[in-house]
Design a protein around this ligand. Structure first.
Ligand code: AMP
Length: 188
């Protein structure tokens, strides 16, 4: 489904954005309900409204947006442009061509590693962390810890989707990071 131009009705509501998310059962593994944002970003008004709603929730005074590869790049870059700040990519292991700092973290199945170029962060600057979805919070927490190691203040994170039953937002809160999302899906 593709939404039409919204006329003078203003940006789509977050409820309307939720209807643009496609759910794929049993992907990538049995029992996982994959919340697919590609149907949201393929929708012009949906994509624009997602960024508008994220910008409304962004705290004042941030110096940069950091997005987590790969879907965090889509929302994070657009949000950085809207907020008129720079973008810091949090990359999968082995992608950056310079000296990096990295963090290993647990996934539902196995382990992963993310890396950043610490020279992109100035000491004490406030960096807003962005990803498409927070589940257990392992990925976002590892990214926030990396940004902090590089000298950033990282106490705010923004997501399109929260899966509250998996406890990620609470886990971030326990680590001094306030997490906001445009929508929630119950269950996992
Ligand atoms: P987590 O580290 O458990 O919070 O997982 C978050 C990361 O995994 C994000 O980068 C998401 O894109 C991806 N992810 C985890 N669970 C799902 C899901 N049910 N649907 C879509 N993406 C997911």
């Amino acid at each position: 489904m593709v939404s039409g131009p919204d006329g003078n009705a203003g940006p789509l509501t977050t409820g309307a954005l939720k209807a643009l998310i496609r759910t794929i059962p049993d992907f990538p593994a049995k029992g996982i309900q994959f919340r697919d944002i590609t149907t949201l970003i393929a929708d012009g008004p949906g994509l624009a409204a997602s960024i508008d709603h994220m910008a409304e929730r962004a705290p004042a005074g941030i110096a940069a947006v950091a997005g987590i590869e790969a879907r965090g790049f889509i929302f994070g870059t657009a949000l950085a442009i809207k907020l008129d700040v720079g973008f810091i990519p949090v990359r999968k292991a082995g992608k950056l061509p310079v000296e990096t700092i990295g963090a290993d973290y647990a996934l539902e199945y196995g382990e992963a590693r993310i890396e950043i170029d610490p020279t992109l962060v100035s000491d004490g600057e406030r960096v807003l962390l962005v990803d498409d979805l927070i589940a257990t919070g392992g990925t976002a927490l590892a990214a926030a810890q990396l940004l902090r190691r590089a000298g950033a203040t990282c106490d705010q994170a923004l997501f399109v989707i929260d899966l509250p039953d998996l406890g990620g937002a609470a886990r971030l809160r326990d680590n001094g990071i306030s997490a906001q999302a445009l929508m929630e899906f119950q269950g996992d």
